[in-house]
Design a protein around this ligand. Sequence first.
Ligand code: 2U9
Length: 340
Amino acid sequence: MQQKLEELLNEVKTASVSDAAQLEEFRIRFLGTKNCLKPLFSELKNVPNEDKKSVGQQINELKNAAQTVFDQFNEQLSNEANEEEKVDFSRPGEPNNIGARHPISVIRKEIIAIFERIGYGVSEGPEVEDDWHNFSALNFPEEHPARDMQDTFFVEKGDKEMALRTHTSSVQVRVMESSKPPIRTISPGRVFRNEAISARAHCFFHQVEGLFIDKDVSFADLKQTILFFAQEMFGKKTEIRLRPSYFPFTEPSAEVDVSCTICSGKGCNVCKYTGWLEILGCGMVDPSVLEAVNIDPKEYSGFAFGMGIERIAQLKYRVNDLRLYSENDVRFLKQFKSAF
Ligand code: 2U9
């Protein structure tokens, strides 16, 4: 027994541990549930009575010595591990992948900035609209196809049937109801149409619509405003042309083209060899729209215009699949670094 104790004490004192596996081996051997000291405690009953006390003490001392040696090695190993984790200040930095604005936001901000320079304010309104603000006040006849389920998303709000707005003109109806002319406002926002999703159509997109109401506002004012916008957006040499069109809320109405931003009007595959690209629709606000919001059309006149932000982005960035704008693929999004 005495000899065994001395051997074990010697083993503890001369133990060398250089990694976590060896430390674990040491722990299991001397401190684990089946450690090598346990049989010594069992053998204690065979030791003569007069020696029991001192042998018991020696086994306990051996156990304490094993614990002390374990603690020392444990601390030594964890210090070494911490040493390895220390920051290496000479390492080159990780690239900082900061985000970029969404192209729709970039163009929206750019359009807003252009119109703010000529005195327009920004107005916003609800995406879920009632029939009056989305259709009736804007002179849509009861049987107009845009009111059809196939073109508009209808939703129920309590016992009221509402629509997801199909244009932001509804916001401008609200502005006309709550303020008096002169009115000069643009309304950016998301609009919804019940269309099958493809490269050229989506069930939602973004618009900026503009409205100018005052005394003696003429078609010439409209044309000059659109020219200013087109040249600010696409460059000073940009030309515009107006083609007659029809909208329920404007009369007369026109669609506006800009000279092709690629070939400057000479003809290329972007403008399909016409030299022109369509950018927006516009017109003089129909007198019945003014009447609907209690503005006297004999005293006031005005013009309005509307454009799709995706369309302007498409022309600026050459992106011709609408779906890319809402898929949130970072490889697409990170290409649009901008001042805005
Ligand atoms: C009020 C009265 C009239 C806004 C207008 C257009 C012509 C137009 C389209 C362009 C592409 C919609 O995004 S698009 O599909 N818009 O052609 N929008 S005039 O007319 C208004 C607005 C408000 C009170």
